[in-house]
Design a protein around this ligand. Structure first.
Ligand code: V0V
Length: 142
């Protein structure tokens, strides 16, 4: 089902501060950043310098609004790991396979994720306490 670990997401109160921390402390660089209005996030994807292998990225997620999922997460837990994202080639097929196993998906239809990927989430209570995201990258041609 899963072809790669796409990214690990960290909830942060301030995106620019978090980018600077990751750069100055660990040497990670920004590969991509955007705002996702529907998800209520400002986000940045980080990677090791020069990495072109498509290795797992770190996603920094800052809230765009007070009522967003990231704002709620920060209020409840403070900054920290928020999600684990698995890459799949066909998000609808992955959703069907997981539903058949009795797992709850958060959305009936995939939504728009980073860089026009198509995404959905498994409820953390059905995945060992981890918010699991399914990501079908845009390049796969849907
Ligand atoms: C909540 N819980 C979590 C969790 N969030 N457990 C692990 N990881 C998390 N991130 C637990 C929480 O501790 C509660 O357990 C229970 O689930 C219900 O939590 P809640 O505080 O009432 O929260 P809800 O139900 O309001 O929201 C939780 C869900 C929400 C997962 C439904 O965060 C959501 O819709 N997430 C999906 C969207 C998202 O995360 N968007 C931002 C990233 P107890 O206390 O009852 O035991 S956007 C993104 O990733 C993009 C664009 C991308 O990658 O492309």
């Amino acid at each position: 089902l899963v072809t790669a670990i796409d990214h690990v997401g960290i909830a942060v109160p301030d995106l620019d501060e978090a980018i600077a921390f990751q750069r100055d402390t660990f040497g990670l660089e920004v590969a991509h950043s955007e705002e996702n209005e529907e998800q209520g996030v400002r986000e940045a994807m980080l990677r090791a310098p020069g990495d072109t292998t498509g290795a797992t990225q770190i996603q920094l997620l800052a809230p765009l609004r007070e009522d967003s999922t990231i704002a709620k997460f920060l209020d409840k837990n403070g900054p920290g790991l928020q999600q684990l994202a698995y890459r799949v080639t066909d998000v609808e097929a992955a959703m069907a396979a997981l539903k058949a196993k009795g797992l709850r998906l958060l959305y009936d239809q995939p939504r728009r994720g980073t860089a026009d990927s198509r995404i959905n989430f498994v409820h953390p209570k059905d995945a060992g306490g981890v918010l699991v995201e399914l990501v079908e990258p845009a390049a796969t041609g849907h």
